[in-house]
Design a protein. Structure first.
Length: 410
Protein backbone atom coordinates (compact mmCIF):
# COMPACT_ATOMS: atom_id res chain seq x y z
CA UNK A 1 0.00 0.00 0.00
CA UNK A 2 2.93 2.31 0.70
CA UNK A 3 3.84 4.52 -2.19
CA UNK A 4 0.43 4.43 -3.81
CA UNK A 5 -0.84 7.82 -4.92
CA UNK A 6 -4.04 9.35 -3.58
CA UNK A 7 -5.63 8.83 -6.99
CA UNK A 8 -5.00 5.08 -6.81
CA UNK A 9 -6.06 4.78 -3.17
CA UNK A 10 -9.31 6.71 -3.49
CA UNK A 11 -11.24 6.97 -6.76
CA UNK A 12 -14.69 8.39 -6.10
CA UNK A 13 -17.48 7.86 -8.56
CA UNK A 14 -18.62 10.58 -10.94
CA UNK A 15 -21.81 10.98 -8.90
CA UNK A 16 -19.89 11.51 -5.65
CA UNK A 17 -17.67 14.09 -7.35
CA UNK A 18 -20.76 15.83 -8.67
CA UNK A 19 -22.51 16.14 -5.32
CA UNK A 20 -19.44 17.00 -3.26
CA UNK A 21 -18.36 19.54 -5.85
CA UNK A 22 -21.85 21.01 -5.67
CA UNK A 23 -21.53 21.27 -1.87
CA UNK A 24 -18.26 23.18 -2.29
CA UNK A 25 -20.11 25.64 -4.52
CA UNK A 26 -23.00 25.76 -2.01
CA UNK A 27 -20.63 27.05 0.69
CA UNK A 28 -18.28 29.14 -1.45
CA UNK A 29 -20.94 30.98 -3.44
CA UNK A 30 -23.53 31.05 -0.65
CA UNK A 31 -21.23 32.81 1.81
CA UNK A 32 -19.99 35.27 -0.79
CA UNK A 33 -23.49 36.12 -2.03
CA UNK A 34 -24.37 37.78 1.28
CA UNK A 35 -21.42 40.19 1.39
CA UNK A 36 -23.64 43.07 0.26
CA UNK A 37 -25.43 42.87 3.61
CA UNK A 38 -22.21 43.85 5.38
CA UNK A 39 -21.73 47.09 3.40
CA UNK A 40 -23.84 49.38 5.56
CA UNK A 41 -23.06 48.05 9.07
CA UNK A 42 -19.31 47.86 8.45
CA UNK A 43 -19.26 51.29 6.81
CA UNK A 44 -21.24 52.89 9.65
CA UNK A 45 -19.22 51.29 12.46
CA UNK A 46 -15.89 52.23 10.88
CA UNK A 47 -16.88 55.63 9.53
CA UNK A 48 -16.27 54.68 5.89
CA UNK A 49 -17.98 55.84 2.72
CA UNK A 50 -19.52 53.18 0.54
CA UNK A 51 -16.56 53.25 -1.83
CA UNK A 52 -14.26 51.65 0.79
CA UNK A 53 -16.26 48.43 1.07
CA UNK A 54 -17.13 48.50 -2.63
CA UNK A 55 -13.43 48.73 -3.53
CA UNK A 56 -12.55 45.77 -1.26
CA UNK A 57 -15.19 43.61 -2.97
CA UNK A 58 -14.06 44.88 -6.36
CA UNK A 59 -10.46 43.98 -5.49
CA UNK A 60 -11.66 40.53 -4.42
CA UNK A 61 -13.25 39.98 -7.80
CA UNK A 62 -10.23 41.31 -9.67
CA UNK A 63 -7.74 39.08 -7.84
CA UNK A 64 -10.12 36.15 -8.13
CA UNK A 65 -10.05 36.65 -11.88
CA UNK A 66 -6.28 37.16 -12.10
CA UNK A 67 -5.62 34.05 -9.99
CA UNK A 68 -8.17 31.88 -11.81
CA UNK A 69 -6.09 30.88 -14.87
CA UNK A 70 -3.19 29.92 -12.59
CA UNK A 71 -5.50 27.97 -10.28
CA UNK A 72 -6.95 26.31 -13.38
CA UNK A 73 -3.54 25.35 -14.71
CA UNK A 74 -2.64 23.99 -11.27
CA UNK A 75 -5.84 21.91 -11.18
CA UNK A 76 -5.24 20.58 -14.71
CA UNK A 77 -1.72 19.53 -13.70
CA UNK A 78 -2.13 18.38 -10.08
CA UNK A 79 -5.84 17.66 -9.75
CA UNK A 80 -9.07 19.30 -8.62
CA UNK A 81 -8.76 18.13 -5.00
CA UNK A 82 -5.51 20.01 -4.29
CA UNK A 83 -6.80 23.20 -5.92
CA UNK A 84 -10.04 23.17 -3.89
CA UNK A 85 -8.21 22.38 -0.63
CA UNK A 86 -5.81 25.29 -1.04
CA UNK A 87 -8.66 27.61 -1.94
CA UNK A 88 -10.67 26.53 1.11
CA UNK A 89 -7.82 27.41 3.49
CA UNK A 90 -7.33 30.87 1.96
CA UNK A 91 -11.10 31.48 1.88
CA UNK A 92 -11.39 30.73 5.59
CA UNK A 93 -8.42 32.92 6.50
CA UNK A 94 -9.93 35.78 4.51
CA UNK A 95 -13.19 35.59 6.46
CA UNK A 96 -11.30 35.54 9.77
CA UNK A 97 -9.40 38.67 8.78
CA UNK A 98 -12.61 40.40 7.66
CA UNK A 99 -14.00 39.79 11.17
CA UNK A 100 -11.10 41.83 12.58
CA UNK A 101 -11.13 44.56 9.90
CA UNK A 102 -11.08 48.03 11.44
CA UNK A 103 -9.15 49.74 8.65
CA UNK A 104 -9.50 49.73 4.86
CA UNK A 105 -6.05 48.05 4.64
CA UNK A 106 -7.16 45.03 6.69
CA UNK A 107 -10.42 44.81 4.78
CA UNK A 108 -8.57 44.84 1.46
CA UNK A 109 -6.16 42.15 2.65
CA UNK A 110 -8.89 39.85 3.98
CA UNK A 111 -11.72 40.41 1.53
CA UNK A 112 -9.65 41.44 -1.46
CA UNK A 113 -6.48 39.35 -1.41
CA UNK A 114 -7.13 36.19 0.65
CA UNK A 115 -10.77 35.70 -0.32
CA UNK A 116 -10.11 36.67 -3.92
CA UNK A 117 -7.39 34.05 -4.35
CA UNK A 118 -9.32 31.54 -2.24
CA UNK A 119 -12.34 31.82 -4.50
CA UNK A 120 -10.19 30.91 -7.51
CA UNK A 121 -9.83 27.42 -6.02
CA UNK A 122 -13.36 26.90 -4.73
CA UNK A 123 -15.67 28.16 -7.45
CA UNK A 124 -17.14 27.16 -10.79
CA UNK A 125 -14.04 26.97 -12.95
CA UNK A 126 -12.21 24.35 -10.89
CA UNK A 127 -15.25 22.30 -9.85
CA UNK A 128 -16.81 22.28 -13.33
CA UNK A 129 -13.61 21.11 -14.99
CA UNK A 130 -13.20 18.23 -12.54
CA UNK A 131 -16.82 17.19 -12.91
CA UNK A 132 -16.68 17.55 -16.71
CA UNK A 133 -13.74 15.17 -16.91
CA UNK A 134 -15.76 12.60 -14.95
CA UNK A 135 -18.76 12.63 -17.31
CA UNK A 136 -19.17 11.82 -21.02
CA UNK A 137 -19.76 14.80 -23.38
CA UNK A 138 -23.51 14.25 -23.66
CA UNK A 139 -23.95 14.56 -19.87
CA UNK A 140 -21.52 17.38 -19.11
CA UNK A 141 -23.92 20.27 -19.59
CA UNK A 142 -26.52 18.71 -17.28
CA UNK A 143 -23.87 17.87 -14.67
CA UNK A 144 -22.69 21.49 -14.66
CA UNK A 145 -26.29 22.66 -14.43
CA UNK A 146 -26.84 20.51 -11.33
CA UNK A 147 -23.66 21.87 -9.72
CA UNK A 148 -24.77 25.42 -10.46
CA UNK A 149 -28.24 24.76 -9.06
CA UNK A 150 -26.87 23.47 -5.75
CA UNK A 151 -24.50 26.42 -5.55
CA UNK A 152 -27.46 28.72 -6.14
CA UNK A 153 -29.39 27.02 -3.34
CA UNK A 154 -26.53 28.08 -1.08
CA UNK A 155 -27.07 31.66 -2.20
CA UNK A 156 -30.74 31.39 -1.25
CA UNK A 157 -30.16 29.84 2.18
CA UNK A 158 -27.02 31.68 3.26
CA UNK A 159 -28.27 35.24 2.69
CA UNK A 160 -31.02 35.20 5.35
CA UNK A 161 -28.65 33.28 7.59
CA UNK A 162 -26.03 36.01 7.24
CA UNK A 163 -28.63 38.68 8.04
CA UNK A 164 -29.72 36.79 11.15
CA UNK A 165 -26.11 36.57 12.32
CA UNK A 166 -25.50 40.29 11.70
CA UNK A 167 -28.72 41.29 13.45
CA UNK A 168 -28.21 38.99 16.41
CA UNK A 169 -24.47 39.14 17.02
CA UNK A 170 -22.98 41.88 14.83
CA UNK A 171 -20.99 41.74 11.62
CA UNK A 172 -17.71 40.62 13.23
CA UNK A 173 -19.17 37.51 14.88
CA UNK A 174 -21.09 36.80 11.68
CA UNK A 175 -17.80 36.56 9.77
CA UNK A 176 -16.39 34.17 12.40
CA UNK A 177 -19.38 31.84 12.03
CA UNK A 178 -19.09 31.96 8.24
CA UNK A 179 -15.40 31.08 8.54
CA UNK A 180 -16.40 27.99 10.52
CA UNK A 181 -18.68 26.97 7.66
CA UNK A 182 -16.08 27.72 4.99
CA UNK A 183 -13.53 25.30 6.45
CA UNK A 184 -15.99 22.47 5.70
CA UNK A 185 -14.87 22.77 2.09
CA UNK A 186 -11.57 21.19 3.10
CA UNK A 187 -12.89 17.65 3.76
CA UNK A 188 -15.17 17.95 0.72
CA UNK A 189 -12.08 18.58 -1.41
CA UNK A 190 -10.77 15.10 -0.59
CA UNK A 191 -13.62 13.55 -2.59
CA UNK A 192 -12.68 15.42 -5.78
CA UNK A 193 -9.69 13.23 -6.64
CA UNK A 194 -9.77 12.41 -10.34
CA UNK A 195 -8.96 8.97 -11.66
CA UNK A 196 -6.50 8.89 -14.57
CA UNK A 197 -9.16 7.24 -16.73
CA UNK A 198 -11.21 10.42 -16.65
CA UNK A 199 -8.54 12.32 -18.55
CA UNK A 200 -9.39 11.47 -22.15
CA UNK A 201 -6.76 11.92 -24.88
CA UNK A 202 -7.45 14.96 -27.02
CA UNK A 203 -4.25 15.36 -28.98
CA UNK A 204 -0.87 16.67 -27.87
CA UNK A 205 -0.99 20.32 -26.88
CA UNK A 206 1.14 22.32 -24.44
CA UNK A 207 -0.33 24.92 -22.09
CA UNK A 208 1.04 27.74 -24.23
CA UNK A 209 -0.26 26.00 -27.34
CA UNK A 210 -3.71 25.71 -25.79
CA UNK A 211 -3.76 29.44 -25.02
CA UNK A 212 -2.54 30.32 -28.51
CA UNK A 213 -5.22 28.11 -30.06
CA UNK A 214 -7.95 29.64 -27.89
CA UNK A 215 -7.07 33.29 -28.50
CA UNK A 216 -6.85 32.70 -32.23
CA UNK A 217 -10.46 31.46 -32.09
CA UNK A 218 -13.00 34.26 -32.62
CA UNK A 219 -15.65 32.53 -30.53
CA UNK A 220 -13.38 32.32 -27.48
CA UNK A 221 -12.79 36.07 -27.55
CA UNK A 222 -16.51 36.82 -27.89
CA UNK A 223 -17.35 34.45 -25.03
CA UNK A 224 -14.80 36.30 -22.90
CA UNK A 225 -16.48 39.65 -23.58
CA UNK A 226 -19.89 38.20 -22.77
CA UNK A 227 -18.56 36.94 -19.45
CA UNK A 228 -17.15 40.42 -18.75
CA UNK A 229 -20.69 41.75 -19.02
CA UNK A 230 -22.01 39.00 -16.76
CA UNK A 231 -19.47 39.86 -14.06
CA UNK A 232 -20.24 43.57 -14.25
CA UNK A 233 -23.95 43.00 -13.75
CA UNK A 234 -24.06 40.31 -11.08
CA UNK A 235 -21.48 41.89 -8.76
CA UNK A 236 -22.97 45.37 -9.06
CA UNK A 237 -26.41 43.99 -8.19
CA UNK A 238 -25.20 41.64 -5.43
CA UNK A 239 -23.19 44.36 -3.67
CA UNK A 240 -25.38 47.41 -4.20
CA UNK A 241 -28.99 46.18 -4.48
CA UNK A 242 -29.69 46.27 -0.70
CA UNK A 243 -28.32 49.83 -0.45
CA UNK A 244 -30.18 50.87 -3.64
CA UNK A 245 -33.46 49.67 -2.14
CA UNK A 246 -32.72 51.34 1.20
CA UNK A 247 -32.20 54.63 -0.64
CA UNK A 248 -35.70 54.21 -2.04
CA UNK A 249 -37.17 53.89 1.46
CA UNK A 250 -37.33 50.11 1.70
CA UNK A 251 -36.02 48.14 4.68
CA UNK A 252 -32.87 46.03 4.75
CA UNK A 253 -35.14 42.99 5.05
CA UNK A 254 -36.54 43.73 1.59
CA UNK A 255 -33.02 43.80 0.15
CA UNK A 256 -32.21 40.56 1.93
CA UNK A 257 -35.31 38.83 0.57
CA UNK A 258 -34.57 40.14 -2.93
CA UNK A 259 -31.04 38.71 -2.81
CA UNK A 260 -32.37 35.44 -1.39
CA UNK A 261 -34.84 35.24 -4.28
CA UNK A 262 -31.93 35.71 -6.68
CA UNK A 263 -30.37 32.61 -5.18
CA UNK A 264 -33.63 30.63 -5.08
CA UNK A 265 -34.64 31.27 -8.69
CA UNK A 266 -31.05 30.80 -9.79
CA UNK A 267 -31.47 27.15 -8.75
CA UNK A 268 -34.05 26.68 -11.49
CA UNK A 269 -32.28 28.97 -13.96
CA UNK A 270 -28.91 27.26 -13.80
CA UNK A 271 -30.39 23.76 -13.83
CA UNK A 272 -32.47 24.55 -16.91
CA UNK A 273 -29.51 26.27 -18.58
CA UNK A 274 -27.48 23.10 -18.12
CA UNK A 275 -30.35 20.91 -19.30
CA UNK A 276 -31.16 23.03 -22.36
CA UNK A 277 -27.46 23.47 -23.12
CA UNK A 278 -27.31 19.76 -23.86
CA UNK A 279 -30.20 20.05 -26.33
CA UNK A 280 -29.94 23.46 -27.98
CA UNK A 281 -27.23 25.88 -29.13
CA UNK A 282 -25.46 27.22 -26.03
CA UNK A 283 -24.41 30.52 -27.68
CA UNK A 284 -28.01 31.19 -28.77
CA UNK A 285 -29.20 30.52 -25.23
CA UNK A 286 -26.54 32.94 -23.95
CA UNK A 287 -27.74 35.64 -26.36
CA UNK A 288 -31.31 35.22 -25.14
CA UNK A 289 -30.22 35.35 -21.52
CA UNK A 290 -28.29 38.61 -21.91
CA UNK A 291 -31.15 40.21 -23.84
CA UNK A 292 -33.62 39.20 -21.12
CA UNK A 293 -31.42 40.77 -18.45
CA UNK A 294 -31.53 44.11 -20.26
CA UNK A 295 -35.33 43.99 -20.39
CA UNK A 296 -35.64 43.12 -16.69
CA UNK A 297 -33.32 45.96 -15.58
CA UNK A 298 -35.09 48.54 -17.75
CA UNK A 299 -38.50 47.59 -16.36
CA UNK A 300 -37.40 47.54 -12.72
CA UNK A 301 -35.24 50.66 -12.58
CA UNK A 302 -36.83 52.99 -15.12
CA UNK A 303 -40.42 51.89 -15.76
CA UNK A 304 -42.04 50.31 -12.70
CA UNK A 305 -42.32 51.91 -9.25
CA UNK A 306 -39.74 50.70 -6.71
CA UNK A 307 -41.75 48.79 -4.11
CA UNK A 308 -41.12 45.71 -2.03
CA UNK A 309 -43.07 43.58 -4.51
CA UNK A 310 -41.30 44.90 -7.61
CA UNK A 311 -38.00 44.32 -5.77
CA UNK A 312 -39.02 40.72 -5.12
CA UNK A 313 -40.07 40.23 -8.74
CA UNK A 314 -36.77 41.75 -9.89
CA UNK A 315 -34.84 39.40 -7.60
CA UNK A 316 -36.76 36.39 -8.92
CA UNK A 317 -36.37 37.41 -12.58
CA UNK A 318 -32.67 38.23 -12.28
CA UNK A 319 -32.16 35.05 -10.30
CA UNK A 320 -33.56 32.97 -13.13
CA UNK A 321 -31.05 34.69 -15.45
CA UNK A 322 -28.24 34.99 -12.87
CA UNK A 323 -25.66 32.23 -13.36
CA UNK A 324 -27.13 30.31 -16.27
CA UNK A 325 -24.27 31.90 -18.18
CA UNK A 326 -21.77 29.70 -16.33
CA UNK A 327 -22.70 26.18 -17.51
CA UNK A 328 -23.47 27.57 -20.97
CA UNK A 329 -20.15 29.42 -21.30
CA UNK A 330 -18.05 26.65 -19.76
CA UNK A 331 -19.92 24.06 -21.80
CA UNK A 332 -19.21 25.97 -25.01
CA UNK A 333 -15.49 26.11 -24.16
CA UNK A 334 -15.50 22.34 -23.52
CA UNK A 335 -17.33 21.67 -26.78
CA UNK A 336 -14.87 23.71 -28.83
CA UNK A 337 -11.55 22.90 -27.11
CA UNK A 338 -12.17 19.70 -25.10
CA UNK A 339 -11.64 19.13 -21.37
CA UNK A 340 -7.89 18.43 -21.13
CA UNK A 341 -7.03 22.09 -20.45
CA UNK A 342 -10.54 23.14 -19.46
CA UNK A 343 -9.69 24.54 -15.99
CA UNK A 344 -7.08 26.86 -17.46
CA UNK A 345 -9.09 27.92 -20.54
CA UNK A 346 -12.28 28.61 -18.59
CA UNK A 347 -10.10 30.34 -16.00
CA UNK A 348 -8.95 32.84 -18.61
CA UNK A 349 -12.55 33.44 -19.69
CA UNK A 350 -13.42 33.89 -16.03
CA UNK A 351 -10.66 36.50 -15.71
CA UNK A 352 -12.71 38.67 -18.07
CA UNK A 353 -15.79 37.98 -15.92
CA UNK A 354 -13.91 39.27 -12.91
CA UNK A 355 -12.59 42.33 -14.71
CA UNK A 356 -16.23 43.19 -15.28
CA UNK A 357 -16.99 42.30 -11.66
CA UNK A 358 -14.27 44.65 -10.41
CA UNK A 359 -15.63 47.46 -12.55
CA UNK A 360 -19.26 46.83 -11.55
CA UNK A 361 -18.54 46.53 -7.82
CA UNK A 362 -16.20 49.51 -7.58
CA UNK A 363 -18.02 51.75 -10.05
CA UNK A 364 -21.28 51.36 -8.15
CA UNK A 365 -19.75 52.78 -4.96
CA UNK A 366 -17.69 55.40 -6.76
CA UNK A 367 -20.57 56.74 -8.85
CA UNK A 368 -22.90 56.78 -5.85
CA UNK A 369 -20.45 58.70 -3.65
CA UNK A 370 -20.03 61.31 -6.40
CA UNK A 371 -23.60 61.63 -7.71
CA UNK A 372 -25.83 60.22 -4.96
CA UNK A 373 -27.40 57.86 -7.51
CA UNK A 374 -26.79 54.51 -9.21
CA UNK A 375 -28.53 55.50 -12.48
CA UNK A 376 -25.34 55.77 -14.58
CA UNK A 377 -24.29 52.26 -13.62
CA UNK A 378 -27.75 50.81 -14.31
CA UNK A 379 -27.66 52.36 -17.80
CA UNK A 380 -24.18 50.92 -18.40
CA UNK A 381 -25.46 47.46 -17.35
CA UNK A 382 -28.29 47.69 -19.88
CA UNK A 383 -26.03 48.76 -22.76
CA UNK A 384 -23.48 46.04 -22.03
CA UNK A 385 -26.21 43.42 -21.89
CA UNK A 386 -27.47 44.34 -25.35
CA UNK A 387 -23.92 44.22 -26.75
CA UNK A 388 -23.30 40.77 -25.22
CA UNK A 389 -26.55 39.43 -26.68
CA UNK A 390 -25.62 40.58 -30.19
CA UNK A 391 -22.05 39.22 -29.97
CA UNK A 392 -23.16 35.74 -28.86
CA UNK A 393 -25.60 35.26 -31.73
CA UNK A 394 -23.01 34.32 -34.43
CA UNK A 395 -21.08 31.85 -32.22
CA UNK A 396 -21.01 28.10 -32.83
CA UNK A 397 -19.83 25.04 -30.86
CA UNK A 398 -17.92 23.21 -33.60
CA UNK A 399 -14.81 21.51 -32.13
CA UNK A 400 -11.42 22.76 -33.28
CA UNK A 401 -9.58 20.73 -35.93
CA UNK A 402 -7.17 19.23 -33.38
CA UNK A 403 -10.07 17.79 -31.38
CA UNK A 404 -11.85 16.45 -34.43
CA UNK A 405 -8.69 14.69 -35.65
CA UNK A 406 -8.04 13.18 -32.19
CA UNK A 407 -11.63 11.92 -32.04
CA UNK A 408 -11.37 10.34 -35.48
CA UNK A 409 -8.02 8.73 -34.60
CA UNK A 410 -9.50 7.34 -31.37
Amino acid sequence: MKGLSMQRLFRPSAQLMLWCGACVLFLSLGIRHGFGLFLQPMSLDNGWGREVFAFAIALQNLLWGVAQPFAGAFADRFGTARAVAGGAVLYTCGLLLMAASSTPWLLNLGSGVLLGIGLSGTSFTIVFAGVSRAFPPERRSLAMGICSAIGSLGQFLMVPGSLALISGFGWSVAFLVLAGLAILMLPLAATLTEAPATRRPEGDLTLIGALREAFSHRGYCLLSFGFFVCGFQVVFIAVHLPAFLSDRGLSIEVGTIALALVGLFNVAGTYLAGLWGGRFSKPKLLAGLYAARAVVIVLFVFVLPITSWTAYIFGAAMGFLWLGTVPLTNGTVASIFGVKNMSMLTGVVFLFHQLGAFLGGWLGGSVYDRTGSYDIVWIAAIGLSIAAALLNLPLHERPVARLRLATEAG
